[in-house]
Design a protein around this ligand. Structure first.
Ligand SMILES: [Mg+2]
Length: 330
């Protein structure tokens, strides 16, 4: 059976059956709006992302279950980047008429599974037929106490720049898929099933350990550029200290190629954050708790971004990474 056979209301009824509403969601799927409680005094965070088949994903490279999981994770990652706790997600899908029902169910399983892992409830959405590709739009909501909100604008000269996890794995998997090579499974997982760093984001926010934060979706240089612009500061990065995974080093033995990918590759969904000098002791305790946290540079008052080798010499920025840094840095 396809969507044409089941019909939109049949699909919504199936989704409704699969979902149970938590206490902070008195009214979920099924009315004109969802009605949710925000914890007293907290700010409501809202973020949305659009994923289009052929632009953001290819159905022959991923399973529909992973596609559902990733659609949730990339949105929850934005909640994590603000220091928030995920609360609800809303799902809009434009489904090709011949999209098989088993595929729709697999996709929904992935959405619900990932939402459950992050403690978010599917609270509403919309479905319609697409005359062409599969469209997926996820909106995520979360909450954060106002004094714990982390933005891109709080970095100050003297702060250290940190990143979680390892960089470049997802981009390497994508590059291999584009070249017709099957990526090694650990790299493929990083691309098809990224993990939003919600626990780390909350720890940094609640502990007042970070001054600015962003999640890495477009690549380290571009996303760091957003922090620098929003904060009105510059940065020095140390490419030799970029955290790289074993599989990446194995597939890509040349150091410059590793660093180029770590600096420019997208879809890491790690957290990039700045830490004031006084908070670096508190961060050390977090870093020993599992996910590696690596110091990769420092914030300076002079605008622009410089890459520095271990001996202090200046390295060229990879081509294609200039757009966020203005003409003065070329
Ligand atoms: Mg983001």
């Amino acid at each position: 059976m396809s969507l044409a056979g089941l019909g939109e209301f049949g699909l919504i009824a199936r989704i409704r059956q699969a979902v149970s509403d938590p206490a902070d969601l008195p009214l979920g799927i099924g009315d004109d709006c969802a009605a949710a409680l925000v914890p007293a005094g907290e700010l409501l965070l809202t973020t949305t992302d659009l994923l289009i088949e052929g632009v953001h994903f290819r159905r022959d490279w991923t399973t529909v279950r992973d596609l559902g999981r990733k659609s949730v994770a990339v949105n929850i990652s934005d909640i994590a980047a603000m220091g928030g706790t995920p609360r609800q997600i809303f799902l809009g899908v434009g489904l090709p008429a011949d999209f098989p029902l088993t595929e729709i169910e697999g996709f929904l399983d992935g959405v619900l599974e990932a939402a459950g892992e992050y403690g978010a409830a599917l609270a509403g959405g919309d479905t319609c037929r697409s005359p062409g590709p599969l469209f997926i739009s996820v909106t995520a909501q979360g909450s954060v106490p106002p004094q714990e909100l982390l933005t891109r604008g709080g970095a100050r000269p003297g702060d250290a720049i940190y990143v979680s996890g390892t960089l470049g794995d997802s981009a390497l998997a994508l590059r291999q898929l584009q070249a017709g090579t099957l990526p090694q499974s650990a790299l493929a997982r990083r691309h098809h099933d990224p993990q939003a760093r919600v626990t780390l984001g909350r720890q940094l926010a609640a502990g007042h350990l970070a001054s600015a934060m962003i999640d890495l979706s477009d690549g380290l240089l571009g996303d760091l550029g957003h922090i620098l612009t929003a904060s009105g500061v510059g940065a020095r990065l140390f490419p030799d200290s970029l955290p790289l995974s074993e599989p990446l080093r194995w597939v890509l033995p040349e150091l410059l190629a590793q660093q180029e990918l770590a600096l420019t590759g997208g879809e890491d969904y790690e957290l990039l954050f700045t830490v004031p000098p006084a908070q670096q002791g508190g961060l050390a305790a977090l870093a020993s708790a599992g996910l590696p946290l690596t110091r990769i540079g420092e914030i300076v008052s002079e605008p622009g971004l410089k890459l520095l080798a271990a001996d202090g010499s200046l390295l060229p920025l990879p081509s294609g990474s200039f757009k966020h840094f203005g003409s003065a840095d070329r």
